[in-house]
Ligand binder design. Sequence first.
Ligand SMILES: Nc1nc2c(ncn2[C@@H]2O[C@H](COP(=O)(O)OP(=O)(O)OP(=O)(O)O)[C@@H](O)[C@H]2O)c(=O)[nH]1
Ligand SMILES: [Mg+2]
Length: 303
Amino acid sequence: MTTENVMNPPADREAHQTALNGCSSEGLSPADSPERDVRSDHAGASQTVSVVIPAKNEVRNVDWVLGSMPGWIDEVILVDGNSTDGTVDLARNERPDLVVVNQRRPGKGAALREGFAAASGDIVVMIDADGSMDPGEIDRYVEPLITGQCDVVKGSRWLDGGGSTDITPFRRFGNKMLLRLVNTLFDSNFTELCYGFMAFNRSCFKDLALTADGFEIETQIVLNAVRAGLRVEEVASTEAPRRYGRSNLRPIRDGFRVLATVMGTLATGACRPVEDVPKPESYIGQGSKSAGPGRLDAVKGSE
Ligand SMILES: Nc1nc2c(ncn2[C@@H]2O[C@H](COP(=O)(O)OP(=O)(O)OP(=O)(O)O)[C@@H](O)[C@H]2O)c(=O)[nH]1
Ligand SMILES: [Mg+2]
């Protein structure tokens, strides 16, 4: 576990965020978030939108994320990574219609895959639970999908209008190297690789053929989308430091996992669609109270 991002001093956060986007000291400000339903701007747009949030011990952050969610989102799914700090209870209090999924395998990638399989919206958005990404930006991700401009939208901190007050020089360097490698090997022109704010048409889920268990899921989404011939676009996004708590990412270990994903995708040629994507057993419907027997144990046992 690295020591970076262990609780950012509020004064630091304030200075950073004020410089970035004029936000308050309490992280990205929901007051700045557009509440406009992007669908109403496009005649005939009727796609429903699900938001999938992976969360592992985010009790101090998740209420802010849920409270900042635009009102026009149709479904919010929280995939719990066996949290022991009351994340799920707090999240349910904040949003009674929350759908909670308990992941069966450990890791952010495993969590997201379960969340995607449980999502019922035409458009699926993924966003972190730590308050580092602004739910108020979701309309940027949804709009190009609604208009049919592309199939997958990925956030970029390095496009004009984006930024990060979170990334360390070490992580920035690693990201840059991996990004260069991907752009060279896949003949792409991305400005960002390892960033977990994305959206896609649910109809593309099979084509994405996701298998990653860890943080490399973000890279796998991008590479498999390219391999499957899906149209991928970037939108500018602003990343703040996580509001509270420790990072789950280990830059060296996870950097190598990203590298292995890049090389593995290159070596295996065209991405093959996953034929059968089962709904997770641990799917818990809206308002349900019980996680069901054995599910948390299954996650715990495999860690
Ligand atoms: N369900 C689930 N969520 C996870 C798991 N690992 C990480 N997450 C969540 O994935 C998101 C990203 O993880 P972070 O720990 O914030 O990683 P990071 O963004 O690289 O690190 P920071 O810079 O500290 O924010 C957060 O919402 C985590 O709670 C996991 O094993 N299961
Ligand atoms: Mg984070």
